[in-house]
Design a protein around this ligand. Structure first.
Ligand SMILES: C[S@@+](CC[C@H](N)C(=O)[O-])C[C@H]1O[C@@H](n2cnc3c(N)ncnc32)[C@H](O)[C@@H]1O
Length: 465
């Protein structure tokens, strides 16, 4: 077992664990350059889907333009040479264009790409569920100035192409209770793109996420905090222990909130905290973790389990930002409502979907989990008032530069995942129906079970304080 300050030797169940470079991801080398000052009105799914969504919108507008043009031609023909019809034609065209705009503009709301009527639901043959996507929607946290990440859906696709063969070499093939494919890809992609000088993970389990970080950055030091040292798992089966990682684990375990970070940063020769990436997979209240990270001066955070309202064992960003002023956010507990009906229908299809009875606790408290702020694998939980919940969201918005939820890698008709409700997730990178692409990327060769663990992993950039 290694102790803080000392590096252990690399060992894993497989004798050699290849590390891979990522020649194709033409990422900027400085963390600052990962962000664009482009302002978007949509949720940060945002930019993952930016190109696709934009082009989808453009395509729709294009089609509508063609229809209006044809309609106008047709009407002009009817009108013939008579000037009597001309004002009617112009009025009709005006109404048509106004409708076109209404249905194609994304508006000043936090609209996720899952709002798109071109959704996976159709593949399951659910009647009328297209509109349900709009009704449930996908809430997200608003950042201070509406900035989003620089990477696009094209970058994510390119990343997937590169990551699938890497993932196939993972030492822990069955990582039950740890990360599956979606989040492994997300973490790898973010680390590749940001190219930090130091990576810190809180919550290592058998070491799969440590291995993912190592694949992204072969020579970058890692600090890993976990009550049980991953090497302990080696006795029973596959695990991963990294040679360039300082473990605060086992008897040397210290919680993230209790570490003397200035001292540890000094030991690692880190003077710019903007070049450090923190990965949390420790099932602690995310509000608490953000406050601790902020106090230490860290700015780039990834949370693995960004549970939706009514689910999960800790208070998450998704829960915090589920507010009435956000599209898809805020709920009511009326049993005889559209939301209640939609929820109960979706529950039949998706294991993790939550119906109105589950969503609502005593006194119609729906926020957090039935009005509770859970922490530490739900070993602790406290009731919070709606006012407090609202304040938490305002606080988060006041310190957030970027909020970006990783989209699922592929739609449910491709992955056959049945756990999370796609209506509560951004549009997938590989959309339903694109089996050719799914196969070409090598995703069809992976076991279906690796796609079941998606919980809206999120990347945050905290603004400079
Ligand atoms: C879901 S597992 C992590 C999975 C891992 N990241 C992976 O990819 O396979 C959660 C881990 O958090 C650890 N944990 C529990 N409390 C913790 C704390 N306060 N700080 C850091 N890790 C903690 C648990 O022991 C467990 O190993």
């Amino acid at each position: 077992m290694s102790s803080p300050g000392a590096s252990s030797q690399t060992q894993s169940s497989s004798t050699t664990t290849p590390t891979h470079r990522h020649p194709n991801l033409s990422a900027p080398s400085m963390l600052e350059r990962t962000l664009s000052s482009r302002r978007v009105n949509s949720c940060a799914d945002g930019d993952a889907d930016g190109d696709a969504d934009e082009s989808k919108t453009k395509k729709n507008q294009h089609i509508l333009f063609r229809i209006t043009t044809r309609a106008s031609n047709y009407l002009s023909r009817i009108a013939g040479s008579g000037s009597f019809y001309l004002p009617c034609v112009i009025i009709l065209l005006f109404i048509f264009l106004a409708f076109s705009f209404l249905f194609t503009s994304r508006g000043f709301v936090c609209i996720s790409s899952s709002y798109s009527p071109v959704s996976g639901a159709g593949f399951f043959g659910f009647d009328g569920l297209d509109s349900d996507f709009g009704s449930l929607g996908v809430p997200c946290c608003r950042s201070k100035h509406g900035k989003t990440v620089e990477w696009t859906s094209k970058d994510l696709l390119k990343g997937l192409e590169e990551f699938v063969p890497i993932y196939e070499t993972r030492p822990i093939k069955n990582n039950m209770y740890g990360m599956g494919f979606d989040h492994s890809f997300g973490l790898w992609f973010i680390a590749c793109w940001l190219k930090p000088d130091l990576m810190i993970e809180s919550g290592a389990f058998k070491g799969h996420s440590t291995w993912v970080l190592r694949q992204a950055m072969p020579d970058t030091p890692i600090i890993s905090l976990s009550p049980r040292h991953p090497e302990k798992y080696l006795k029973k089966g596959p695990a991963y222990v990294d040679g360039n990682c300082t473990y605060y684990a086992g008897k040397d375990f210290v919680d993230f909130g209790s570490i003397d970070w200035p001292n540890v940063m000094k030991k690692h020769g880190i003077s710019d905290l903007n070049r450090v990436l923190i990965f949390f997979d420790d099932h602690q209240n995310e509000l608490k973790r953000i406050e601790q990270a902020l106090k230490a001066g860290f700015r780039h955070l990834v949370f693995e389990d960004n549970y939706d309202t009514g689910t999960g064992d800790h208070y998450s960003l998704r829960q915090i930002c589920d507010q009435s002023y956000i599209r898809g956010g805020g709920h009511n507990c009326f049993k005889d409502s559209d939301e209640a009906r939609i929820r109960s229908r979706r529950k039949k299809f998706w294991e993790k979907a939550v119906d109105i009875e589950e969503l609502c606790g005593p006194d119609e408290a729906w926020w957090g989990v039935r009005g509770f702020m859970r922490d530490n694998f739900n070993h602790s939980n406290k009731p919070i008032s709606y006012a407090q919940h609202f304040q938490n969201s305002r606080y988060i918005e006041s310190i957030l530069d970027v909020y970006w939820e990783l989209p699922p890698v592929a739609g449910p008709s491709l992955t056959h995942q049945t756990r999370y409700d796609p209506a509560r997730a951004p549009s997938p990178i590989v959309e339903d129906g694109r089996y050719g692409l799914f196969r070409r990327l090598g995703l069809a060769n992976l076991d279906n079970s690796v796609f079941n663990g998606y919980t809206q992993m999120v990347y945050l950039q905290i603004s400079e304080q």
